[in-house]
Structures are given as structure tokens and as C-alpha cells.
Design a protein around this ligand. Structure first.
Ligand SMILES: NC(=O)c1ccc[n+]([C@@H]2O[C@H](COP(=O)([O-])OP(=O)(O)OC[C@H]3O[C@@H](n4cnc5c(N)ncnc54)[C@H](O)[C@@H]3O)[C@@H](O)[C@H]2O)c1
Length: 252
């Protein structure tokens, strides 16, 4: 018996990385899973992995920086499975790499559109549907970059700090009405996003490891386990938290 039997879970950015892992773990726990992403091929692969493991999932193509896509995505989840109980707002991109005064405005707009406004729009559409069912749980993917700064990463750091702020506001607005909203703050996790950066740079890979007191970088499932826990009754008194899942990255 899974901890989320009979529940419906929506994951954005579920075609790869952390989102794919959380989609798979939601399904392992018995939830019916809506796999949302701009990447239809990767999304189909996530659905296949879940189906092959005996779970239930379906793909919805959605760009979280589009209000219409987000509205359609939530509607599609309810049309398909009749409700929405859990949401992992996770889609994100890497970028930046130049000092603030040289930051490209188009990179700023894209990052904020996906990782801050996207999370806001997702919660805006998810919450009313959850209220209809009497409650739910939302987990937003922030980052260690939501807790500390990084040079050259104005948009990423601002969006992730903003996600933690939004998480706290949503938790205060809806905690007493049965919706628990929390955030996870991953350290460096071995996903396609990180693989792209380190694949030709062993020095960068070693540097990233050195930043984590636990002595290694993380695996997507290690973040996904925290996400799923935050959506189960096992975390019933956890509200508005920004939970580091980072091998001690933000400790020093
Ligand atoms: N990997 C890390 O080290 C790390 C660390 C901290 C935080 N995070 C955060 O975790 C989340 C997932 O990152 P990941 O490492 O799994 O990345 P990833 O690149 O492996 O996966 C991100 C997914 O998001 C999707 N996506 C991108 N833009 C989208 C959009 N506009 N609409 C819908 N889907 C979109 C991509 O297609 C992809 O499937 C991101 O929010 C990221 O900022 C990652």
C-alpha cells in the first residue's frame, strides 16, 4: 500500500532530472501522475518508465511561463484524473554567468518567467482545485541559490529566493484551509542540467564535489524522496519550510 494511493500528483519539468524522479516516486507511492513539460519526448519517456513499473501516468505539454498553458495543464489533470492532490512545481533552467550590470535582459525575463512567475501561476491554478477537494500539498523546487547568493547568477538567485518567498506566502494564505506549501532547496544534483556543465570539465566536477560537506553531489531520487515526503501525511505539521536537500551545501 503506497502512502499516496488514490491521490493525483502533478509534476512540472517531469521530462528529466529531479522532476522525472519525483514523478516516478509519486507513482511508486500509488499516485496517478500528470507529467508536465515542454519536452514531449522526455515526457513520454517518463510516462513509459512509470507504466513499465506498474504505475499510472499521462503527459501534458505545458510551458510554465505561459499562463494559458498552466491553466490548460491543471484543467487537463482534473479532466484526466478527477482531482489534484499534490503538485511539484519544479521546471527550471540554468543560465546567466555574467555580472549583474552585464546581465542580458532576455535571460532575466526567461529565467524569471519560468522559475518565478511560472511557480506563481502554477500555484494560482492548483490551489483552487485543491480547495475543492478539501486540501492538498504543494512543493516548489527552489535551490541552495534560494538561500545564498552566487556571483553571475542574478536571475537564477533572484527567482529561487522569490520561490521561497512565494512558498511562505502561500503557506500562510492556505495552511489553515488544508493546503500545505513547502519548498525544497537542492544542492548540486546530477541531472542533465548539471551534466551539460560538467561533461567536459573535470575540474568543475571536482570543485562542485568540494562544495558539499557530505563529500559528493546528489542524486535526483534523493531530492524526489523529500518532495514526496512533503506531500504525504508523514509531514503533516511541516508548513512553509524551505528544506535544504543538499549534503550540507549551505552549512558553512
Ligand atoms: N540539478 C541541480 O543541481 C539543481 C540544484 C538546485 C535546484 N535545481 C532546480 O531543480 C529543478 C529541476 O532541475 P533539474 O536539474 O532536474 O533540470 P533538468 O534540466 O534535468 O530538468 C528540467 C526540466 O524542466 C523542463 N523545462 C524547462 N523549461 C520549462 C518550461 N518553460 N516549462 C515546462 N518545463 C520546462 C525541461 O524540459 C526539463 O525536462 C529546477 O527548478 C532547478 O533550478 C537543480
Amino acid at each position: 500500500m503506497g502512502t499516496l494511493n488514490g491521490k493525483v500528483a502533478l509534476v512540472t519539468g517531469a521530462a528529466a532530472g529531479i522532476g522525472r524522479s519525483s514523478a516516478r516516486l509519486f507513482a511508486r507511492e500509488g499516485a496517478q501522475v500528470v507529467v508536465a513539460d515542454i519536452d514531449a519526448d522526455g515526457g513520454a519517456e517518463t510516462v513509459r518508465l512509470i507504466s513499465d513499473a506498474g504505475g499510472e501516468a499521462s503527459f501534458v505539454r505545458a510551458d510554465v511561463s505561459s499562463r494559458d498553458d498552466v491553466a490548460d495543464m491543471v484543467r487537463a489533470a482534473v479532466d484526466k484524473y478527477g482531482a489534484l492532490d499534490c503538485a511539484h512545481n519544479n521546471a527550471g533552467i540554468a543560465g546567466g554567468g555574467y555580472p549583474l550590470a552585464e546581465f542580458h535582459d532576455e535571460d532575466w525575463d526567461r529565467a524569471i518567467g519560468i522559475m518565478l512567475t511560472g511557480v506563481y501561476q502554477c500555484m494560482k491554478h492548483e490551489i483552487p482545485v485543491m480547495l475543492e477537494r478539501g486540501g492538498g500539498a504543494i512543493v516548489n523546487t527552489a535551490s541552495g541559490a534560494g538561500l545564498i547568493g552566487f556571483p553571475g547568477q542574478a536571475a537564477y538567485v533572484a527567482s529561487k529566493h522569490g520561490v521561497i518567498g512565494l512558498t511562505k506566502v502561500a503557506a500562510l494564505d492556505y495552511g489553515a484551509r488544508g493546503i500545505r506549501v513547502n519548498a525544497v532547496c537542492p544542492g548540486t544534483v546530477r541531472t542533465p542540467m548539471v551534466d551539460t556543465a560538467v561533461s567536459n570539465d573535470p575540474a568543475l566536477a571536482a570543485h562542485l564535489v568540494s562544495l558539499h560537506p557530505i563529500g559528493r553531489i546528489g542524486k535526483p531520487d534523493e531530492v524526489a524522496e523529500a518532495v514526496v515526503w512533503l506531500c504525504t501525511d508523514a509531514s503533516s505539521f511541516v508548513l512553509g519550510a524551505a528544506l535544504p536537500v543538499d549534503g550540507g551545501y549551505v552549512l558553512p
